[in-house]
Design a protein around this ligand. Structure first.
Ligand SMILES: Nc1ncnc2c1ncn2[C@@H]1O[C@H](COP(=O)(O)OP(=O)(O)O)[C@@H](O)[C@H]1O
Ligand SMILES: [Mg+2]
Length: 278
């Protein structure tokens, strides 16, 4: 149960190189710089890529980072407790908390309870999709129980001319999910890695696309799954403070209501993928 009214986002995958740090850092910059929301990036990664990134980039008054890699890797109740406290404490001091974790089974799925959204960056290569599906299978219980965070798959490093999404449509997913607009493979992400944010220093196209991604994540935060019962929907729709702010700020944006779209040609915005029958 979330008791604090803040937006708490987990960015995770067990694979390295999929863009966890790129996504979490740039998304944190999006909320801080574009949305003027107090944002904390909590970095549980041993490499501390994300927190170093924020340290190396030109400071922004709304953005700060915390590196706490030692907290989560104990794999026991105490480390779970400390990890949750770290996130709750960060949320108490900010509007948005973004957490970067390289997933490992030792962490355990209970940590997911503290988040509103779970973002899983993945490329669309078959190998990486299969690995991502494996992770979803492991997290299935934690992602489908009542009060579970909403799952958003975030295709990353998508080739600019890769319009078809056949690789994904061919897979069966063990849990329903929201699909973020794809983040294309772009030089800006490489050049700015650990130096600056695409929203501030990227080329126009990369900026515009990342902005679209950020807006989709805001929509995901406000999204109410149609599978919920009426009272559940009502409870889920009660806006938390940060979400309300985000919602109000995006009210004038074009309506992009999630739709069920089994055959995907192009991903203009968040869609709700068909849950797999298993
Ligand atoms: N959309 C993208 N386009 C081009 N390069 C990317 C993109 N996203 C990530 N990268 C690159 O991939 C590498 C791994 O990214 P990173 O965010 O550190 O992954 P992770 O945290 O999952 O290990 C980095 O060199 C980064 O610049
Ligand atoms: Mg990383």
């Amino acid at each position: 149960m979330n008791t604090t009214k803040k937006l708490k986002i987990l960015v995770t995958n067990q694979k390295g190189g999929v863009g966890k740090s790129s996504l979490s850092t740039n998304l944190a910059a999006y909320f801080a710089i574009e949305k003027d929301l107090q944002t904390v990036l909590v970095d549980f990664d041993r490499q501390a890529t994300s927190s170093q990134w924020v340290v190396h980039a030109k400071p922004h008054p709304k953005l700060r980072a915390e590196s706490v890699s030692q907290v989560i890797h104990g794999g026991n109740r105490l480390s779970l407790f400390s990890a949750r406290s770290t996130i709750r404490d960060a949320a108490a001091k900010s509007d948005v908390v973004i957490t970067d974790i390289t997933w490992s089974p030792v962490i355990g799925p209970d940590i997911l309870d503290v988040f509103d959204l779970v973002l899983i960056p993945t490329s669309l290569s078959e190998l990486e999709l299969l690995s991502t599906i494996g992770l979803l299978r492991d997290l299935r219980m934690a992602l489908t129980k009542s009060g579970a965070p909403k799952l958003v798959l975030c295709p990353n490093k998508v080739h600019p001319f890769q319009r078809k999404f056949n690789g994904m449509a061919a897979q069966r997913f063990p849990v329903p999910f929201l699909l973020a607009p794809p983040i294309t493979q772009s030089k800006a992400f490489e050049v700015l890695h650990q130096k600056d944010f695409v929203i501030r220093a990227g080329d126009d196209d990369t900026q515009a696309r990342f902005r679209q991604f950020g807006q989709a994540i805001e929509q995901a935060a406000a999204f109410v799954p149609s599978s919920l019962s009426a009272p559940q929907r009502q409870a889920a729709a009660a806006p938390t403070e940060a979400m309300r702010v985000l919602h109000e700020r995006t009210q004038n944006a074009p309506a992009n209501s999630p739709v069920v779209q089994p055959a995907i040609e192009e991903i203009p915005s968040i869609i709700r993928a068909k849950p797999a029958t298993i």
